[in-house]
Design a protein around this ligand. Structure first.
Ligand SMILES: [Zn+2]
Length: 456
């Protein structure tokens, strides 16, 4: 894949320059394809800070890293915005089959799970092939059992399989309502790797809380096989601690506009991550792509008219930063001209969705020709989902844009120990930066009011 993108990069260097503003955007696009910033930022956050869930010492290091990185890259108006939220910390975890087929299983507790008693929970399992099977069962169907859901996730270029599968990660209470003592879910993942994939979960108020964890995909296969032969017992041990009130931070920096500087394009990624891997594709990549794109524009001798603000949102994985950001920026809302978050990994951008009516805005007219060499389409569909951390801004009326990325292999690694820079294809990362830089420059150097266009 790297070779393909190297070709795209080389080809675009020989493109005829577009007219007017398009010429600067084209030059920025081509510079982005060979600029090392995004890769350096991604490696630096992944390796120097490491896994960084809210409430951990590494998360505090991430805040300091963010401030230092913004300074190093030439950003100004650097801000740290604290907000309070609960946090959850993982302890020691294990699971094993007991009895005639005794062996260890790979599991990872779901974020928010209660711990098991110290000695663990030992019980017989019941394996169900889907969440719907669980939901169709009667109130006492699984009394005293450990419910295991073996529902595969569908691989899709746009990542659509995730939405369909992830409901099963939130179903511990549905098992508890049917008498279960613990809940195990096949990792919400597309790969066959044994590393289990964690993620956030929540409990319903009207059910007893039971411990819950994700199984590595091959471990789910193993349980399906054995359970078909006869009763299987498992011993599950999960330790964790909860803090009802922790301080989280959203950090931002700006490339100040040269004209309408009070008008702001708000973009970014999230600084928190799960603890299993290094948080490279989720979401050092989003931080790196958006920071590198803005930095390239910031390096121009003349900044575009509007301000570009890069935000490293403080708590995407367990929620909170979207609401906190809206609350802190309510007064500024009329001046936020557009927003988007990069949070679907580091693989290539395939399509850009603009705010409703955006394709007819004259300032964005060169976009299709500028993105074509990167093999990025301008979608006819308007953006709806522009990232979890900008959800509340978008609900409040801020126009959203969204780069769709090739998510075919994203869920092989997402939230697992394999989320490291080793799985990042640098050429595809750079292609994202090139696409973002192109659009950002056109948006920031225009006076287009996308809000009017996006009104219903
Ligand atoms: Zn993410």
């Amino acid at each position: 894949m790297r070779k393909i993108w190297a070709m795209v990069g080389a080809a675009s260097l020989f493109l005829p320059a577009a007219a007017g503003d398009g010429a600067t955007a084209a030059a920025l696009r081509d510079r982005a394809l060979t600029d090392p910033t995004a890769w350096n930022v991604l490696e630096s956050l992944s390796y120097e800070v490491g896994p960084r869930p809210v409430g951990t010492p590494a998360y505090e290091r991430a805040r300091d890293w963010a401030v230092a990185k913004f300074k190093e890259l030439g950003f100004t108006d650097i801000k740290i915005e604290p907000f309070a939220k609960p946090s959850w910390k993982r302890g020691a975890e294990s699971a094993e089959i007991v009895g005639p087929h005794a062996q260890k299983l790979t599991v990872v507790g779901l974020g928010g799970s209660i711990p098991t008693p110290k000695a663990g929970i030992e019980a017989e399992i019941v394996v169900l092939n889907s969440l719907d099977t669980l939901l169709a069962a009667g109130p006492d169907a699984y009394r005293g059992k450990i419910v295991v859901i073996d529902q595969p996730m569908v691989r899709a270029e746009d990542g659509a399989g995730y939405g369909a599968a992830v409901r099963a990660r939130y179903a511990a209470s549905d098992a508890a309502k049917r008498g279960a003592v613990a809940y195990l879910v096949r990792s919400i993942a597309t790969g066959t790797g044994r590393a289990p994939h964690t993620g956030h979960t929540t409990y319903a108020a009207d059910a007893p809380k039971i411990p819950c964890a994700a199984l590595g995909a091959p471990d789910a296969d193993l349980l399906v096989y054995l359970a078909a032969k006869g009763p299987v017992r498992i011993r599950l041990k999960l330790a964790s601690a909860e803090q009802p009130k922790t301080t989280a931070w959203t950090i931002s920096g700006e490339i100040r506009g040269s004209g309408r500087a009070d008008e702001v394009v708000v973009i970014g990624g999230h600084i928190d991550s799960w603890d299993a891997g290094l948080g490279a594709i989720d979401d050092a990549a989003g931080v790196a792509i958006t920071a590198a794109a803005a930095k390239l524009i910031g390096d121009l001798p003349n900044h575009p008219s509007r301000t570009i603000r890069v935000v490293m949102w403080g708590s995407e994985e367990t929620g909170g930063s979207s609401e906190a950001y809206l609350k802190a920026h309510q007064a500024e809302l009329p001046k936020i001209v557009a927003t988007s978050e990069s949070d679907l990994g580091a693989d290539r951008a395939i399509r850009i969705k603009l705010p409703k009516g955006g394709a007819t805005v004259p300032a964005l007219a060169p976009l299709a020709d500028l993105l074509a060499p990167l093999r990025v389409l301008v979608s006819r569909e308007p953006a709806e989902d522009a990232g979890a951390d900008v959800e509340d801004l978008v609900k409040a009326g801020v126009p959203a844009f969204a780069f769709e990325q090739d998510a075919s292999r994203y869920f092989d690694y997402h939230h697992s120990a394999d989320d490291t820079p080793a799985i990042v294809d640098r050429a595809q990362l750079d292609q994202n930066v090139a696409a973002w830089t192109t659009l950002l420059y056109l948006l920031a150097d225009s006076d287009a009011d996308l809000r009017i266009k996006s009104a219903k």
